[in-house]
Design a protein. Structure first.
Length: 290
C-alpha cells in the first residue's frame, strides 16, 4: 500500500523551489513595471508547481520502467522500489500535468493572451519528453537545455508577461539567472548519479562532461547568477544588490562540490541548491519590486 508520505517523497519536494523561484522573479519584474497582479502570480505559481511535480513523477515512471533507478542514492523512487505500480505513477504524472493545464487555462483566460496555450502545451510535452518516450532528450545530455528554457526563460518571462503584457530587460536577466540555478540543481542531481547513469546508458550532461568538468560547471551555475542578478539588475533597481547576500552560501555549495563530494554527500548539496534558488527568487523579486 502506497502511503501519502511515499507520494510526497516521490514528488521530490527538494526540487520544488525550482518552480517557485521563477514566479517570484517574474512577479518582481512585473512590479518593477508597475503591473504586479497577485492573483495571476498565484495561478502562475500553481502551474509551475504542478508541472514540477508532474515532471518528477514522469521521471520516476520512465526511469523506473527502463531500469535506470534500480540502484540510486537519494529520495524514494516509487516505480523502481515497487512502492507503487508503474501505471499508478504514470497516472499521477498526467494528473499533475492536467492540474497544470487547467490552471494555465485560467491564467490565459484572465490575460486574454490565448496564444500562450501553445507555450503551455509545448511545456507539458517537454516535461514528459525529458525521460519519457522513445528518445528522451534527458538521456542525450540535453536536460539542462530543457530546464534552462522552461524553468528559466519561459517561467520567468511568462509570469511577467501575464501580469504586465510586456517584458523588460531586468526580466530577461532574471530569467537567465533562474535558468542557470535550475540547471545547477539538475547538475547536482545528475552528478550524484553519474556512476549509475553511466552503467545504464543514461548519457546526462554530467556523464558526458565527466565529474571534473561537471563540478566546475556546477560552480559557475551556482555562483554566476548571484553576481549577474545582484549586480546586473542593480542598474534598474539598486535594491537588487541584496541578492549578493547569497554569495557566501553559493560559494560554500560550489566549494563542497569542487572538493569532491559524491554520493550521499551530494544530497544536502541538492537541498542547499534548491533553497539557494528559492532565496534568490525572494531577494531578486523583492529587489525589483522596491
Amino acid at each position: 500500500m502506497t502511503t501519502a508520505s511515499d507520494w510526497v517523497q516521490g514528488a521530490r519536494p527538494r526540487t520544488l523551489p525550482a518552480a517557485a523561484a521563477p514566479v517570484l522573479v517574474g512577479t518582481g519584474a512585473a512590479a518593477h513595471l508597475g503591473e504586479a497582479h497577485l492573483g495571476r502570480a498565484a495561478l502562475a505559481l500553481g502551474v509551475a508547481l504542478a508541472l514540477q511535480v508532474g515532471v518528477n513523477y514522469a521521471n520516476d515512471y520512465s526511469d523506473g520502467i527502463r531500469g535506470t533507478d534500480v540502484d540510486r542514492v537519494g529520495p524514494l523512487r516509487l516505480t523502481a522500489s515497487g512502492t507503487a505500480s508503474p501505471g499508478t505513477v504514470k497516472a499521477a504524472a498526467f494528473a499533475a500535468f492536467g492540474v497544470a493545464a487547467l490552471l494555465g487555462l485560467a491564467l490565459v483566460a484572465a490575460t486574454g493572451q490565448w496564444w500562450l496555450l501553445a507555450v503551455g502545451a509545448v511545456a507539458i510535452v517537454a516535461a514528459w519528453g525529458y525521460t519519457g518516450g522513445k528518445r528522451p532528450y534527458g538521456y542525450r545530455g540535453l536536460g539542462e537545455v530543457g530546464v534552462f528554457v522552461f524553468f528559466g526563460l519561459v517561467a520567468v518571462l511568462g509570469t511577467t508577461y501575464t501580469q504586465a503584457d510586456e517584458l523588460s530587460w531586468p526580466a530577461w536577466v532574471g530569467a537567465v539567472c533562474v535558468g542557470m540555478l535550475a540547471c545547477a540543481l539538475l547538475m547536482a542531481n545528475n552528478l550524484r548519479d553519474v556512476p549509475t547513469d553511466a552503467l545504464v546508458g543514461k548519457r546526462t550532461l554530467a556523464v558526458r562532461l565527466g565529474e571534473r568538468w561537471s563540478r566546475r560547471a556546477y560552480a559557475v551555475l551556482v555562483v554566476g547568477p548571484v553576481l549577474l542578478g545582484g549586480i546586473g539588475c542593480a542598474f534598474a533597481s539598486p535594491w537588487t544588490l541584496i541578492v549578493l547576500l547569497l554569495l557566501a552560501p553559493a560559494v560554500v555549495l560550489a566549494g563542497t562540490v569542487l572538493l569532491g563530494a559524491r554520493g550521499r554527500a551530494l544530497v544536502p548539496v541538492l537541498a542547499g541548491t534548491g533553497l539557494l534558488e528559492l532565496a534568490f527568487g525572494v531577494l531578486l523579486g523583492l529587489g525589483l519590486a522596491l
